[in-house]
Design a protein around this ligand. Structure first.
Ligand code: NAG
Ligand code: NAG
Length: 798
């Protein structure tokens, strides 16, 4: 094939040579050859000698030479054959670059005759080069927001070959987003651009790797490739998205500061700062919520930073947002619903709405003394409150409405027992554990005049010496009133006005303030032995209350009366005369001295003795009875008259005494009877013998008493002992008799003193009130002694 072409070419060249021969004188012709590049060395180009019609045998002789126009000597001529051949491999692109035609020019010189020919060899292109890109890897960055249709210029590929052997087509590896736009300029240069056909999304595909292929038109065609690495640059086209649309959390209301409530989290598919998320509360979130909760801008942790209170807010809806760091930034939103769970963290509170600090002691049960309000700020069970007070106070709580109580009295009050109540009110809720509060209130009970003054001794006995000095204080009564202030201010007065038919005020006076009783005059025992007075104590309340005490005033006897000798009475102002019969035997009762003493007791206990006697051997006087008896029979030598001076003394301190002088006439013929009668005659005040009278009187009296005592003592003694006084001695039993005397009507514990043995009260005295004392001594005695039975005396003294 190559041979064939060469032949054709040579035919043309011959025509050229002919043409040239006519053009120049020296230059006899010009020959033209063509050969393909890249032939092996020694490849045939043309037969020069033949073409120039030179004698081959004379080529050497004529000094055939080949002169090159350019330095490269890549052609040679075989002088023996005249054949032009390539001395080395010829690369058209190396030799001529991108010249459209590559021609090797030479001249052939021969001498003898000198002739010169021009020749040229055109080097023909073959597709021996592949297209190639300047960079094997093309790096491209494009924003993901780039609009479709955008173009990115690429460097075109190079192919040093010529014509169709150079680049004719570009291709890109199949992909969704990119295509190629190739434009060929008029001069044939091509510009290649990458065309964005479909929008990018970095979040879907952040990089592309494409293969760009350039193909030439050679046959076979050659191609070159380059990698295109496309990096999609992020743009902030995504909002941060929370992993929950709504976060629902529950939180105990007693959560401490710093407790993690919830951790919100948002993700942003963008990159870099566009994906850096900052959390914050939305602008709608109230100040209150922002005080209660904190939101960490970096971690998204919501923590408690204030003090939660279920009672102030039991749920919170918190709008949160996440903002990325792009420019402009985009925000994502979510909501946190926080439910606060009630905890029993509030003590019940007790409010004393109105509490009276005092309540009168006569307040009826049910009187309202205060209003109490109990509040618990918790809810549910935690806010259900029980309220109560102790049972040991006379108060109770009544529920009026939920949380409202009335404090009312539940019983009668008595200031004198309890003047002040300290009431503990306890309020306890039903939480678990329960919380409680207590409050104590003081309620004082105000005084009402409900107590009369009370005498320490409502019945008392006052002993007053007779003849005491007028104005002396004799007693003090005391009454106590447990009420307060004026209700307890006691004044004293007498209730009766008369004493012994005389105005009481002339005898006694009472100090109204302190109850001291004064005797205004001295008493005479012999006139008044006892009386009763009533002292009233009265407080100053409105209305006043009073009570009274009975005082039994007993006048004590003083020995202020001397014995009075009643019998024998002195006749005609001189001494008494008694007649004694001569025949009187020893022990003959001559007479009996009768004396009285208005005093009583020992003061009236008389004793008799002889202080002077004409004949001491003849008469004796019984010291107790006053009986004068003969000690022996009368003798002749005894005279007819005798005298005795008898002293009668009482037993008081000091003793008082009286004396009587008795004359005795001793008569021989007088019988005892006469003597007795004359004796009786001589005492006209008494129609009977006094001794007989006394014996009869005492006998009957004793009998009456004995009967009475035996009957009544047995029946009532025990009863009296119980009711009258416990201090009575076992052997003393006092009884009262009816009497005409007003003083004796009151039952005085002490009896009047009566000394019956003296005969003072003959006939039998009106004994107002006396005792019979049955003592061993008295039974032996001739006389029955009526003794005062004084409860203040000991048993032995009775
Ligand atoms: C009342 O409260 C006090 C302290 O506030 C407490 O010491 C006391 O025990 C309480 N009393 C009762 C009966 O709960
Ligand atoms: C009662 O008062 C009077 C006068 O003030 C006084 O002399 C007397 O001692 C008082 N009595 C008593 C028991 O204090």
């Amino acid at each position: 094939m190559a041979e064939l072409r060469l032949t054709n070419a040579l035919k043309f060249k011959r025509l050229d040579i002919i043409f040239f021969l006519f053009v120049s004188d020296l230059v006899f012709g010009k020959i033209h050859y063509s050969m393909r590049e890249e032939m092996e060395p020694g490849a045939f180009v043309g037969n020069v000698a033949e073409d120039l019609a030179l004698n081959i045998r004379r080529l050497s002789a004529r000094k055939f030479r080949l002169l090159y126009a350019n330095k490269r000597q890549c052609l040679e001529v075989n002088l023996e054959t005249g054949i032009l051949f390539a001395s080395e491999r010829i690369d058209r692109e190396e030799l001529c670059g991108q010249l459209p035609a590559c021609v090797l020019s030479f001249e052939i010189v021969v001498e003898e005759p000198l002739e010169m020919y021009r020749g040229e060899v055109e080097i023909l292109d073959i597709n021996d080069n592949s297209p190639s890109f300047p960079e094997s890897t093309i790096l491209l960055q494009m924003a993901e927001t780039m609009a479709p249709g955008s173009r990115f210029p690429l460097e075109s590929a190079l192919d040093p070959d010529m014509g169709t052997n150079t680049v004719t087509a570009y291709n890109i590896s199949p992909n969704e987003h990119f295509g190629l736009k190739v434009e060929t300029a008029e001069d044939g240069t091509q510009t290649v651009e990458l065309l964005l056909e479909k929008p990018l999304d970095r979040e879907q595909q952040s990089s592309f790797q494409l293969m760009l292929t350039a193909t030439d038109g050679g046959s076979p065609s050659r191609s070159g490739t380059a990698r295109i690495l496309i990096t999609v640059l992020d743009s902030n086209d995504n909002a941060p998205a929370f992993n929950n649309k709504v976060y629902k959390v529950s939180l105990m209301e007693n959560s401490r500061r710093g407790t993690l409530v919830v951790s919100v989290h948002a993700t942003d598919p963008d990159e870099g700062p566009n994906a850096e998320v900052t959390y914050s509360f939305s602008n709608r979130v109230s100040q209150k919520v922002q005080e209660l909760f904190s939101l960490d801008p970096r971690t998204g942790e919501i923590r408690v930073q204030g003090i939660l209170d279920y009672e102030e807010g039991n749920s919170y809806s918190v709008d949160v947002q996440a903002v990325d760091n792009g420019s402009p930034a985009i925000a994502g939103h979510s909501k946190v619903l926080i439910k606060v769970i009630d905890v029993n963290d509030n003590d019940p509170e007790i409010f004393l709405t109105s509490v009276a600090s005092t309540v009168p002691e006569d307040a009826a049960p049910g009187t309202v003394t205060g209003l109490i309000n109990v509040i618990d700020r918790d809810s549910g069970q935690n806010g259900q409150v029980y309220c109560g007070i102790p049972k040991n106070v006379p108060f109770k709580l009544q529920t009026s409405s939920s949380g409202h109580y009335k404090l009312v009295t539940s019983d009668l009050l008595d200031r004198e027992t309890t003047p002040l109540y300290n009431i503990h009110i306890l309020a306890r809720d039903s939480g678990s554990p329960p919380l409680s509060t207590n409050k104590s209130i003081q309620i004082s009970v105000s005084d009402v005049n409900d107590n009369a003054p009370r005498f320490a001794r409502p019945m008392d006995t006052v002993y007053v010496m007779e003849n005491s000095a007028p104005g002396a204080s004799i007693f003090t009564v005391t009454a106590f009133d447990p009420d307060l202030d004026q209700n307890s201010y006691v004044t004293y007065s007498f209730t009766e006005n008369l004493i012994l038919d005389f105005p009481l005020s002339s005898y006694l006076n009472v100090n109204s303030k302190n109850g001291t009783i004064y005797a205004l005059r001295s008493f005479d025992y012999e006139q008044v032995k006892n009386f009763q007075i009533q002292v009233q104590a009265r407080d100053a309340g409105v209305p006043p209350l009073s009570s009274s005490a009975t005082l039994n005033v007993i006048i004590l006897d003083q020995n202020d009366n001397a014995p009075i000798i009643v019998s024998p009475s002195a006749q005609s102002g001189s001494a008494a005369v008694e007649i004694v019969p001569q025949s009187a035997a020893q022990g003959y009762l001559v007479t009996k001295i009768i004396a009285t003493d208005s005093d009583s007791g020992q003061n009236a206990r008389l004793s008799y003795r002889i202080v002077q006697s004409s004949d001491p051997t003849l008469f004796t006087v019984a010291s107790n009875s006053g009986e004068i008896r003969t000690t022996r029979s009368m003798l002749e030598q005894d005279g007819t008259t005798h005298s005795l001076v008898i002293s009668v003394r009482d037993n008081g301190q000091p003793t008082l005494s009286s004396t009587a002088t008795i004359f005795f006439s001793i008569l021989a013929n007088v019988s005892e009877q006469i003597s007795e009668s004359s004796n009786l005659v001589s005492t006209p005040g008494y129609s009977f013998d006094l001794n007989l009278y006394l014996i009869a009187a005492f006998g009957s009296t004793s009998f009456i008493f004995l009967v009475t005592i035996l009957l009544l003592v047995g029946v009532k003694c025990k009863q009296d002992r119980d009711s009258v006084s416990r201090s009575w001695s076992p052997v003393c039993c006092c009884r009262r008799r009816n009497s005409k005397d007003a003083f004796s009507r009151a039952h005085a514990p002490a009896g009047t003193l009566n000394y019956s043995g003296t005969g003072q009260n003959i006939p039998f005295p009106e004994t107002y009130h006396y005792s019979v004392c049955l003592s061993p001594e008295s039974s032996k005695s001739d006389f029955l002694f009526l003794k005062p039975c004084n409860p203040h005396l000991s048993q032995g003294q009775c």
